[in-house]
Ligand binder design. Structure first.
Ligand SMILES: [Zn+2]
Length: 229
């Protein structure tokens, strides 16, 4: 369910009710939805007002009852102000501690490519420890381009991903559009998957082989075991 407008909470339950009639039981994931996305500012998007978050109760309760995760795109900030929008995500996590929430791209974006990796890891570590239902996704090539591909980045993120490997989801963030074809997909798949080679076996199984997705969505699949060397 990618339709929700988080600034207009009442419309979310209405949309879910419509899907219940048209496609009962089909949709098992909500998002990614935008809390704040600077890339869309020039198209008229604005950050969801903090005051709107407390009005999410109705649909957040419905998501909890159905075991549906909410995947949120919420920019951490920009190179000028790296944690400018952090309070928005903190407010969501504070108000809805029992919802499964996925913070997509770990809050990183094209507007934030120069954050110190150690600082980012410290911030993510604190949030994961404080909010047991929070998960992070590492989808989007921007993350590899700006962080995972540098020596300092790998030094900070590989131990972090290993330590919290049950809380990390992979992905390409590839989306279909007129200017993208199969070659672009292959390239983005390769780039977003590079970091998986650096993981330890347990983290590789949890993240790259899908164990975390199966657990999060309560799917009856098992990630394959890692072969002994
Ligand atoms: Zn996104």
């Amino acid at each position: 369910m990618t339709f929700p407008d988080l600034a207009d909470p009442d419309s979310v339950l209405a949309g879910m009710a419509l899907l219940d009639v048209e496609y009962p039981g089909l949709f098992r994931w909500m998002g990614e939805v935008n809390l704040v996305k600077q890339a869309l500012f020039e198209s008229g998007h604005t950050a969801v007002p903090a005051g709107a978050i407390e009005e999410w109760n109705g649909f957040m309760e419905a998501l909890r009852e159905r075991g549906i995760p909410l995947a949120i795109h919420s920019d951490l900030g920009s190179d000028e102000e790296p944690t400018r929008y952090l309070p928005l995500m903190e407010e969501v996590l504070r108000r809805y501690p029992d919802n499964a929430i996925v913070w997509v791209h770990m809050g990183l974006s094209r507007e934030l490519t120069t954050l110190d990796p150690q600082r980012h890891v410290a911030l993510m570590t604190a949030l994961l420890e404080r909010h047991p239902k929070l998960m992070l996704d590492i989808a989007w090539r921007v993350i590899d381009d700006a962080y995972f591909s540098t020596p300092e980045g790998r030094e900070a993120y590989v131990p972090f991903l290993n330590a919290f490997s049950e809380r990390i989801l992979p992905g390409t963030d590839f989306l279909a559009s007129r200017d993208k074809d199969l070659d672009v997909y292959r390239e983005e798949l390769e780039i977003t998957g590079r970091i998986h080679r650096e993981l330890d076996d347990e983290a590789f199984r949890n993240i790259a082989l899908g164990a975390n997705y199966f657990r999060l969505l309560d799917l009856e699949y098992q990630a394959p075991a890692i072969c002994p060397e």
